[in-house]
Design a protein around this ligand. Structure first.
Ligand SMILES: *[C@@H]1O[C@H](CO)[C@@H](O)[C@H](O)[C@H]1NC(C)=O
Ligand SMILES: *[C@@H]1O[C@H](CO)[C@@H](O)[C@H](O)[C@H]1NC(C)=O
Ligand SMILES: *[C@@H]1O[C@H](CO)[C@@H](O)[C@H](O)[C@H]1NC(C)=O
Ligand SMILES: *[C@@H]1O[C@H](CO)[C@@H](O)[C@H](O)[C@H]1NC(C)=O
Ligand SMILES: *[C@@H]1O[C@H](CO)[C@@H](O)[C@H](O)[C@H]1NC(C)=O
Ligand SMILES: *[C@@H]1O[C@H](CO)[C@@H](O)[C@H](O)[C@H]1NC(C)=O
Ligand SMILES: *[C@@H]1O[C@H](CO)[C@@H](O)[C@H](O)[C@H]1NC(C)=O
Ligand SMILES: *[C@@H]1O[C@H](CO)[C@@H](O)[C@H](O)[C@H]1NC(C)=O
Ligand SMILES: *[C@@H]1O[C@H](CO)[C@@H](O)[C@H](O)[C@H]1NC(C)=O
Ligand SMILES: *[C@@H]1O[C@H](CO)[C@@H](O)[C@H](O)[C@H]1NC(C)=O
Ligand SMILES: *[C@@H]1O[C@H](CO)[C@@H](O)[C@H](O)[C@H]1NC(C)=O
Length: 443
């Protein structure tokens, strides 16, 4: 089956040799579709939403009016073509945990690569524009109770945006259950994004109610810009994962206990994962476990190439600059063997203009095992830099204009963890600091 488009908005749909359908669309009036909303918060609006989106899946503006829409069933919007969603209302997920789990357990939602999204959007030229008003353009997921109970089974993430030529703007994510938006698409512009994944009754160091896995974005697509992010969460603000190319993430603030602006994880179970051309620029990391982070699993076989973090302000962070090529689940036993001595390669990675100060703790409330998931040998206090490299597999690492202070000590010198034996040849002369456990000494 294939579709032909003729000027004037006439669609011919041919199935085999038979002209099965013939529709006239209005070429002049853009199709504007308003989604009906029941005022009763107990009533699921999913069917009404799906119905309208199906009807208006081409050359349409689909409008949610100010007010709450109950989206109690996971939905997929597939094959969209030139559609703008005006989210002038809010989307409400079920507040009942069991209900969410039952839905996820039986969902017919489109598969994502890792876990199931509540909302799956696929198509070309798709925009999701939230209200200018701070009260609307929201997604309420009632994650707090999931964090309180530490439930991590049958947990959906909010949305997958698998679109070519896409826009996400002015969206507000309120208490997500797990991570927010996964972006496997291409040519995507995201702006003015807001994430509230901060528990109401816990600090960053509480192990109870910790909002683990509440990443803002998982980016695996191509040509994606995130410009303008403000959030509090308990995992990466932006995590750039396998397949990602040509990524810029800039002008953001990450609070509560962010796990950083991250590349990875890459290379789990020996996978060939690759990431290329990434720039993080102009971010403030407040209370974060990491400012900048590169994380690959022991035994990986891909690479991360041409990656930079620039103009990063640190406030009370645990580690400013962090690289590990040797990650494993430390709470699940000893490091798995790596008989082929492989590692995800690092090629051209730069950290420029970092300023600010470290906090008082090297970890946060997500540390619920001994050793902690984020422990590396020698880690007993906040550090300016940790390079946990696999020998001879990282080339052209540079740190420039690094001005990080210990907690509450503007004149002091912070410490670093770095093993010169793991550096590639001639790296020592271009690294930008002295690679040795001890004080940070620019070089
Ligand atoms: C895209 O849809 C809008 C209506 O939202 C319409 O005005 C416009 O002509 C469409 N663009 C194309 C290329 O068909
Ligand atoms: C929408 O739902 C949220 C979450 O339950 C609630 O806080 C808010 O008051 C509701 N807004 C409207 C306009 O009903
Ligand atoms: C929560 O959802 C489950 C599954 O749908 C249902 O059995 C249960 O009665 C609901 N609980 C409440 C308090 O509504
Ligand atoms: C999920 O579905 C499986 C298979 O239908 C069932 O055995 C299991 O009990 C379900 N789990 C939950 C939490 O609903
Ligand atoms: C995204 O859509 C493409 C087809 O357009 C498909 O091949 C791919 O598997 C989808 N990715 C995800 C993560 O859904
Ligand atoms: C990248 O995406 C933007 C939209 O965000 C688009 O304007 C631009 O043309 C794309 N660049 C390439 C090389 O495709
Ligand atoms: C937050 O409140 C919930 C619900 O009362 C409770 O289960 C949880 O333990 C509290 N968290 C903290 C850190 O006190
Ligand atoms: C997205 O982020 C979450 C939270 O860290 C992570 O568990 C998940 O594996 C990521 N998704 C993919 C496809 O890697
Ligand atoms: C850093 O944390 C300390 C102790 O919690 C606090 O007093 C201080 O205000 C924080 N600094 C900034 C700049 O927020
Ligand atoms: C891996 O490294 C070990 C220790 O250096 C060495 O004995 C072994 O031969 C190496 N294996 C391969 C496949 O290179
Ligand atoms: C090292 O990386 C920088 C970017 O950080 C790049 O400009 C430079 O060309 C690279 N050097 C080599 C020798 O590839």
């Amino acid at each position: 089956m294939f579709n032909l488009r003729y000027p004037g908005g006439i669609w011919l749909i041919l199935a085999g040799h038979i002209l099965s359908q013939f529709t006239l669309a209005l070429a002049t009036d853009p199709q504007r579709c308003v989604i009906k909303r029941t005022e009763d918060p107990e009533v699921d609006d999913s069917t009404a939403i799906l119905h309208t989106v199906k009807k208006c899946s081409r050359n349409s503006i689909i409008e949610f009016t100010p007010g709450n829409y109950s989206l109690f069933t996971p939905v997929s919007f597939l094959g969209l073509d030139n559609v703008t969603f005006l989210l002038n209302g809010n989307i409400i997920l079920p507040s009942n945990i069991t209900r969410v789990q039952v839905e996820i357990n039986s969902t017919l939602n489109q598969p994502a690569t890792y876990a199931i999204p509540w909302i799956y959007i696929q198509g070309t030229n798709v925009q999701v524009i939230g209200s200018e008003s701070f009260e609307f353009g929201r997604f309420y997921s009632f994650g707090q109770q999931w964090w309180d109970l530490g439930i991590r089974t049958l947990r959906p993430h909010l949305a997958t945006f698998n679109v070519t030529n896409g826009v996400l703007k002015n969206l507000k994510i309120i208490k997500p259950i797990a991570w927010g938006w996964s972006i496997p698409g291409q040519n995507i512009h995201i702006s003015n994004h807001f994430v509230d994944a901060k528990p109401d009754n816990a600090t960053r160091d509480d192990t109870i109610s910790f909002p683990f896995n509440t990443d803002g974005f998982n980016l695996s697509g191509k040509n994606i810009t995130v410009d303008g992010y403000y959030g509090h969460n308990g995992d990466d603000c932006v995590s750039v994962i396998n397949g990602a190319r040509d990524i810029v993430a800039k002008n953001g603030y990450c609070g509560f206990s962010s796990h950083g602006l991250s590349i990875g994880s890459l290379g789990r179970d020996g996978a060939v994962h690759t990431v290329e051309n990434v720039l993080f620029k102009k971010w403030t990391m407040d209370g974060a476990v990491y400012g900048a982070r590169f994380k690959s699993w022991t035994g990986g076989r891909g690479y991360g190439m041409n990656i930079a973090w620039e103009d990063i302000t640190l406030v009370n962070v645990s580690t400013g600059v962090f690289i590990t090529q040797n990650y494993y689940d430390q709470d699940k036993g000893p490091k798995p063997p790596n008989p082929s001595n492989s590692s995800t390669k690092i090629i051209n990675i730069a950290f420029r203009n970092f300023k600010g100060g470290l906090g008082t703790s090297w970890t946060d409330g997500s540390c619920i095992s001994d050793p902690c998931w984020n422990y590396v040998p020698g880690l007993d206090e906040p550090k300016a830099v940790i390079l946990d490299l696999y020998p001879d597999t990282a080339t052209n690492i540079t740190l420039k204009e690094i001005n990080i202070q210990p907690f509450n000590n503007p004149g002091g010198t912070p410490n670093v963890i770095c093993d010169p034996a793991a550096l590639s040849e001639a790296e020592e002369s271009t690294l930008g600091f002295k690679c040795a456990n001890g004080p940070f000494i620019p070089a």
